[in-house]
Design a protein around this ligand. Sequence first.
Ligand SMILES: NC(=O)c1ccc[n+]([C@@H]2O[C@H](COP(=O)([O-])OP(=O)(O)OC[C@H]3O[C@@H](n4cnc5c(N)ncnc54)[C@H](OP(=O)(O)O)[C@@H]3O)[C@@H](O)[C@H]2O)c1
Length: 252
Amino acid sequence: MIHQIWPSGDAGPLTPDQLEELYRYPDDRTRLVVNFVSSADGAVTVHGTAAGLGTPPDREVLDLGTDLADVVLVGAGTAIAEGFTGVKPDERAARRRARSGLREVAVTAVVTASGRSLPVDAPVLTDTLVPTIVFTCGSAPADVREGWSAAGAEVVCLGDGEVDLRAVVAELARRGLHRINCMGGPTLFGSLAEAGLVDELRLTLAPFLVSGQAGRIAHGVGMDPARLELVSAITGDDTLLMRYRVRDPSST
Ligand SMILES: NC(=O)c1ccc[n+]([C@@H]2O[C@H](COP(=O)([O-])OP(=O)(O)OC[C@H]3O[C@@H](n4cnc5c(N)ncnc54)[C@H](OP(=O)(O)O)[C@@H]3O)[C@@H](O)[C@H]2O)c1
């Protein structure tokens, strides 16, 4: 059972339709939403992946994020660590996508600068229903880029020494992929946040203490604090699931 606690108080368990409505993109404007789960003590992984932090409400909301998006954007490190394949909608996802007027399958887009984190036989390139887009830059060797293409991916080079993330978002929008559901990881999220490209953070606080050496949800060179506004908070199975809008700095 999932209950809403913000902005409206608890009026009983949310129905699947109400949950879908809460997470639906409001319009066709280009929006970049980032998803993370963190333990209560701030860890982003257990034994190298996020799987150990998941609870049923978190998985439900992650599924909704993918089901209602045009594109899943992910860093190469996460695509490999988490064993990503292309998106494969089940019947429920297909119904959700049809209700929202979305294409049958969300595209997956992977970001890599050097190419080192993305082997040409990675399932995120080879096990897909629609071609995966690889966003890379001049640092990736030509033979690696050719390998990705031979594996079925569409390779898009944006930038010389680093991937121009603003150009990545513009390119997705140009393709009509306006609902961008980013699945991390922390390096990609840090870069996107520092570039001011994140519209919404969907943060799950999972009911676990794990200690250890795990990192946090973003890392990079750092930035002036960006102010967040709490859009909604729901809870179930001792898990807190929050949606934060990143406030436009010009409006503060
Ligand atoms: N708890 C959660 O919700 C959650 C979510 C996602 C990931 N994770 C965990 O986070 C860990 C991975 O962390 P990570 O920081 O390495 O993940 P990541 O950001 O997905 O991957 C890092 C790699 O992706 C590429 N990349 C990222 N940002 C880039 C940018 N701005 N420009 C160009 N390339 C970029 C680079 O690849 P190249 O080196 O090939 O250039 C980089 O080495 C995994 O253990 C995963 O399980 C947890």
